[in-house]
Design a protein around this ligand. Structure first.
Ligand SMILES: O=C(O)CCC(=O)C(=O)O
Ligand SMILES: [Fe+2]
Length: 332
């Protein structure tokens, strides 16, 4: 059971005493007025279950308590669920069907099986590559439904596991908000030269960094969309941290889908047709562990020669970005 997130690591609650201490610590994050009520509630619940001996039942009580605690903490912090979307925790609390979690998961099934981007071939294939086999279908020509689909590149192991741990911890040091983006923070100054050394990125000038935190317990996902084309330029660059997932490309509900693997520590670059002619999504079922996505964006060409564009380029290159949350709370 993952509750305390710190970088890629997670803490597991194994017994009632750990749970009890964990819950009392969580109470300290609630508004002062709510603390006495919840502390009391936790103590009473702990005492009332103290004679429980069945390990399955104990596990059940722990799981339920963690889920409830998540909900209380999340609500007091202002839940990010809005509009017609609800996370898994809100679905459970409001007894909504889970499909409310994602429009993507309720899309009609495509007529054809999904196609797969193969990192080794750097091309779309009819079948994923089997590590052990000589799979003729995999090596066959690029499927016609994806012909002309250029603009996908995945670079494995852009960073090593130690760098990943440091980066994820740095990201978690700053407050998270339901939506967060900003200029490049200091921890990117060392990584940017490495990024620009990747094929096709020598002239990439990022002016925006967006960190997204996907937690499977919440049903985290991103629905099919095309990133804004007015402000953002051709290349969308994403560094994947903490767990493997896939990006799903589609053109309309029911159309062929293309699954692009995004292993942890890899970099994905979407550009050209893959960026402009296809929608991309991360489906809830593809989020199997906590995942941090760090997306860097460049300006659309029309902006480059404008005063505002030049100011944004300068700000992006300064590595003094603070998160939107810090800005709002008056932090530096
Ligand atoms: O999580 C990802 O890899 C995709 C995020 C995305 O598409 C976006 O932020 O626009
Ligand atoms: Fe996107």
């Amino acid at each position: 059971i993952t509750r305390f997130q710190a970088g890629c690591a997670s803490q597991t609650i194994r017994n009632p005493l750990q749970l009890y201490r964990h819950l009392l610590r969580l109470v300290r994050t609630l508004p002062p007025g709510a603390r006495p009520y919840y502390s009391n509630y936790i103590r009473q619940a702990y005492n009332s279950h103290s004679d429980e001996t069945d390990p399955d039942r104990v596990r059940q009580i722990i799981d339920r308590a963690l889920l409830d605690a998540d909900w209380v903490v999340k609500k007091s912090a202002g839940c990010a669920c809005k509009g017609i979307r609800a996370c898994k925790i809100c679905c459970a609390a409001k007894q909504l069907p889970l499909v409310a979690v994602s429009a993507a998961s309720s899309l009609p099934q495509p007529d054809q099986p999904p196609l797969h981007f193969c990192i080794d071939c750097q091309a779309v294939r009819a079948t994923p590559r089997h590590a052990d086999g000589d799979d003729a279908e995999h090596w066959s020509a690029i499927p016609s439904s994806a012909s002309g689909l250029a603009g996908i590149r995945v670079f494995r192991d852009f960073i090593n596991p130690d760098e990943e741990a440091v980066l994820a911890a740095e990201i978690d040091k700053r407050p998270w908000a339901p939506s967060q983006s900003g200029r490049l923070p200091p921890y990117w100054s060392a990584l940017l030269p490495r990024l620009l050394a990747l094929p096709g990125l020598a002239d990439f000038q990022p002016v925006e960094l967006c960190n997204l935190d996907y937690q499977p317990e919440l049903g985290a996902h991103i629905d099919p969309h095309i990133d804004d084309t007015w402000l953002w330029g051709d290349r969308l660059v994403t560094l994947n941290l903490c767990s493997d997932t896939s990006l799903t490309l589609s053109q309309s509900a029911g159309s062929t889908r293309i699954s692009i693997p995004m292993p942890r520590r890899s970099v994905l670059v979407l550009s050209g047709p893959a960026r402009y002619d296809w929608l991309h999504a991360v489906l809830p079922d593809d989020v199997t562990g906590r995942r941090l996505a760090v997306t860097l964006r460049e300006l659309a060409p029309d902006w480059l020669e404008t005063v505002d564009g030049r100011a944004l380029l300068k700000a992006g290159a300064a590595f003094d970005g603070v998160s939107v949350v810090e800005l709002k709370s008056g932090g530096s």
